[in-house]
Design a protein around this ligand. Structure first.
Ligand code: ASP
Length: 313
């Protein structure tokens, strides 16, 4: 079994293999071919301590399509609400035979701590990070990279994302998606720009990022891709007041703002979207520009690749 905890914990070879495999599964699904059930006999628990639609469902669909036995843990109805610690829940699922545990949790270090607890208790269960607080969401970054490679007809081993300029706009400080996308896209050779109001910008420039700016037009000037992030008000500190209308005016992905990007530029958003705040509906729903539903679709084959990596099959 192999853990998948963080982009930085993956080698270049592992990243390329995961992306190759995701794109291969995408083609197989589109062609309606047989998936052959390589995870038959694997027990996969999905344990989500934060809400999720796309991620939890795509891990469930991915596991089922590969023939695993998939159990979505009903956290709201579980002993979590009797005060059981995450560590004890993780060990309980491992004791019931979990081969793979897909885990979403909010605390910093929760994923690593679960990995250590499993090891100390002698379990071989693989942990897959399905989103850790504001810190990382590696499978979202992988599916976004696979979506871009498919859209730009690139391959992981050949040109990756080399030379593509990608602007990420929005609530950067609370976004685990941005953290993982920056780490992965930079490793794949993209030219990255980050844009947000000052209070939502990272305090220092992340590795591999070329530009950090509060100017939407500077960020979008001539880019190949514009990715908007959700305003994560559930993570806002009490004193952080952002007015949605003002935000849209200065930082929203509107058609006007997009006119600064290349005429062929694609638009992305990890979902769920706050329409009319970080992205306008005419942008999000423009089939010639928006990759948003392709991102959702790529969630399944990417998580199939991730589950096979975790199961080492
Ligand atoms: N769905 C993504 C996540 O789980 C993005 C978001 O919630 O804004 O992080």
């Amino acid at each position: 079994m192999n853990h998948l905890t963080d982009i930085d914990a993956l080698s270049d070879e592992q990243i390329n293999n995961l992306l190759d495999e995701a794109l291969r599964y995408d083609r197989i699904i589109r062609a309606g071919q047989d998936l052959k059930g390589p995870l038959a006999g694997i027990l996969q628990f999905n344990l989500f301590y934060e809400n999720s639609t796309r991620t939890s469902l795509s891990f469930e669909v991915a596991g089922k399509r590969l023939g695993a036995d998939v159990v979505a843990v009903p956290v709201a109805a579980s002993s979590v609400h009797k005060g059981e610690s995450l560590r004890d829940t993780v060990l309980t699922l491992a004791a019931q035979g979990a081969d793979i545990m897909v885990l979403r949790a909010s605390g910093a270090g929760t994923i690593d701590a679960s990995k250590v607890a499993l090891k100390e208790a002698g379990f071989g269960t693989a942990i897959v990070n399905a989103g850790e607080g504001a810190f990382g969401h590696p499978t979202q970054a992988l599916l976004d990279a696979a979506t871009l490679m498919s859209a730009f007809e690139r391959t992981p081993d050949d040109d990756g994302l080399r030379g593509l300029s990608i602007a990420i706009l929005g609530d950067l400080v609370h976004s685990r998606v941005a953290a993982s996308c920056c780490a992965l896209f930079a490793r794949l050779g993209a030219d990255l720009r980050l844009c947000a109001p000052q209070e939502l910008l990272p305090t220092s420039k992340p590795d591999g990022v070329g530009l950090v700016t509060t100017s939407r037009f500077e960020a979008l000037e001539g880019v190949d891709v514009a990715m908007a992030l959700r305003m994560q008000t559930e993570r806002f500190e009490a004193d952080l007041a952002i007015d949605p209308a003002g935000y849209r005016e200065d930082f929203g992905l509107t058609m006007d703002a997009l006119s600064f990007a290349k005429p062929t530029a694609f638009v992305m958003h990890p979902g769920p979207m706050n329409r009319g705040i970080e992205i306008d509906s005419d942008v999000a729903d423009d089939p010639s520009r928006s990759l948003i539903l392709q991102q959702v679709a790529m969630g399944v084959p990417t998580r199939m690749a991730v589950l096979r990596h975790a199961a080492n099959r």
